[in-house]
Design a protein around this ligand. Structure first.
Ligand SMILES: [Zn+2]
Length: 416
């Protein structure tokens, strides 16, 4: 039996859209049909056309449709989006030449929904370094801040989400912006480990390498329609110069083709690396007296930065390298944390080999250059003296209690 996905009905109930669909064929194992696929917006969506509401449904499954050579039967879809599907697919094909992207979308009606000429903009906002950089770069446009509850914080984790939400609402208040929280079951409805197995040849995992970019951006289609947006920004996570050394579902060669109802997507900040972004945030913060509440960490369920995972460390190091105090950037950071960090660096830190340059070697160079700006340079002497060329060979020493480390371990064990 061939692989089929049929969207039977788009159900609109006030702020929530849900989808009734049927899956057939061997690829059934990649779906979790026990969970309902719903998305809840902070506004009534009953007047949003089905052809717009179908965009997030299609995007969440599109890479699987291609990789499983499936046929998707869709009643209607937005024309701007439909016309870009081949370009989006090409982005994936260029990134993953070891995989075959086939599949077909059978659409009954392609509809024009151009509502947003010269409209406003929105930014997909997590609170991290990349998102803050894009926020400050486009602050004059007063972008809406949109955050998905579902990808990073599980939709069952109410307590974790309420803390993340509180942090982002504070940022929205700091900059006088509207906040759009979007609750989505996008991760619940797939069998993620099984899909990661499907793409093992890529050496990336499903969510990071295949799902998240277009799935997240597509959730903005109903927002664009309702708010008359002409631009959605998604912050880059890799710098342009690293092209070819990484794979990631969110890439300019994919994201920049995402369009719907007259609204375009911009993969923002690609020309900057992480340290350049931190430098920019520091400069702008000091120039305009901005409040910066970075939220980089998904380790603690509490929603605040845990101050002892790799992501917290790399951000703290980047801030210190610019001569700043992490306390002023959302990290509850003290001398005690520095001691623990030093021990972790020497014994059990996980850093993928292709990230060591942007995460640590560049900040180390900058920290040495800025040593006169550091108030406690002696506390970081060990970091400035670390030999990362040697460290590279030992990066597989694992921080076992870290969720991120477990993920990386899964990937690296496949690489070996
Ligand atoms: Zn952390």
């Amino acid at each position: 039996m061939s692989n089929i996905l049929q969207l039977k009905r788009v159900i609109k109930e006030k702020c929530t859209v849900s989808y009734e669909y049927r899956v057939e064929g061997k690829w059934l194992k990649y779906f979790n049909l026990n969970e309902s696929f719903f998305i809840t917006y902070p506004f009534d969506i009953s007047d949003v056309p089905d052809s717009i509401l179908t965009v997030p449904f299609v995007c969440n499954f599109l890479p699987a449709i291609w990789l499983c050579d499936a046929k998707a039967v869709i009643p209607s879809i937005d024309k701007d989006f439909y016309e870009q599907i081949d370009n989006i697919k090409k982005g994936y094909m260029d990134m993953y030449p070891m995989l075959e992207f086939k599949g077909v979308l059978e659409v009954k009606e392609v509809l024009t929904n151009n509502e947003s000429e010269d409209g406003g903009s929105a930014l997909l906002f997590s609170g991290g370094v990349d998102a803050y950089t894009s926020l400050i770069r486009h602050i004059n446009e007063k972008p809406l801040l949109a955050t998905l509850w579902g990808p990073d914080v599980d939709i069952d984790n109410e307590a974790g989400w309420s803390k993340v939400k509180k942090g982002i609402m504070e940022t929205a208040d700091d900059f006088d912006l509207e906040f759009i929280p979007i609750k989505t079951a996008m991760k619940k409805v797939i069998n993620e480990p099984c899909l990661t197995g499907l793409v093992s040849a890529s050496k990336d995992d499903w969510y990071h390498g295949f799902q998240h970019g277009i799935a997240i951006i597509s959730h903005m289609a109903p927002v664009a329609y309702k708010k008359g947006l002409s631009k959605v920004y998604i912050a880059s996570s890799f710098p342009a110069y690293a092209k070819g050394t990484y794979t990631c579902a969110s890439d300019p060669t994919i994201d920049n083709y995402m369009k719907y109802c007259g609204c375009s997507t911009i993969h923002d900040g690609y020309e900057l690396d992480r340290q350049q972004k931190i430098h920019y945030i520091v400069e702008e913060k000091n120039k305009h007296n901005y409040k910066v509440r970075l939220h980089v960490c998904w380790e603690s369920d509490g929603g605040e930065n845990c101050c002892h995972c790799e992501k917290c460390y790399r951000t703290v190091i980047g801030i210190v390298a610019e001569g700043e105090n992490p306390l002023n950037y959302g990290f509850n950071w003290s001398g005690k944390n520095i001691k623990v960090m030093k021990k972790d660096f020497k014994t059990k830190l996980v850093i993928p080999e292709n990230r060591i340059n942007t995460r640590y070697i560049i900040p180390q160079t900058i920290m040495k250059e800025n040593i006169h700006k550091l108030t406690n340079a002696k506390d970081y002497k060990w970091f400035m003296e670390m030999d990362f060329s040697r460290f590279n060979r030992y990066f597989l020493k694992l921080l076992y209690n870290s969720k991120v480390a477990r993920k990386i371990r899964n990937v690296t064990s496949k690489i070996k």
